[in-house]
Design a protein around this ligand. Sequence first.
Ligand code: DAT
Ligand code: MG
Length: 151
Amino acid sequence: TKNERTFIMVKPDGVQRGVVGHVIHRFEQRGYKLVALKMLQAPRALLESHYEEHKGKKFYEILLAYIGSGPVVAMVWEGLTAVSVGRKMLGATDPAKSEPGTIRGDFGIVTGRNIVHGSDSEASAKREIALWFKPDEISQWTHTAEQWIYE
Ligand code: DAT
Ligand code: MG
C-alpha cells in the first residue's frame, strides 16, 4: 500500500559529514513522502529499545556509544514498499559491501560509521516509529505529484 511507512535515521556521523540533505533529497527524489522529522541526541534508554535485538552482541556497547555520541535526524518516510526500497537505497550494513549509488556506498567505508539507519521489515518499522515519534508528530498530507508517482 502507498501508506507503508519506514523509519530512517541519519546517524551522528551522517550529521557531521553533512549528508542530512542528501538523504532527504534521495527519498524525496524517489517519490517518497516525508511525514515526520526531528533532530535529537537520543537518550540511552531510547537506544537500548531501538537496538534491543543486538543486546549482548560484542558491538552493542560500541554501537550505543556511537549513536548516542551526537544528534541524529530521525524521519518517517511513506509510500509503496517504503521499507524494502528504503533498505536498498541505504545499501548493505557494511558500506564496503554497499553498491555505489546507495547512501552507504556513496558516503561510507566501515560498518561502525555507516551513516544511516533504516527499518528492516514492516514490523520493525511500526515498532521503531512508535518508539521515536508520538502519533501527533506524524503529519498527514497529500503529495500534489502523487498521480505522477503512482499509476
Ligand atoms: P542494519 O543497520 O543494516 O540494519 P544491523 O541491524 O545488523 O544492521 O546492525 C545495526 C547496526 O549495528 C549497524 O548499522 C552497525 C552495527 N553493526 C552491525 N553489525 C556489526 C558488526 N559485526 N560489527 C560492528 N558493528 C556492527
Ligand atoms: Mg537493523
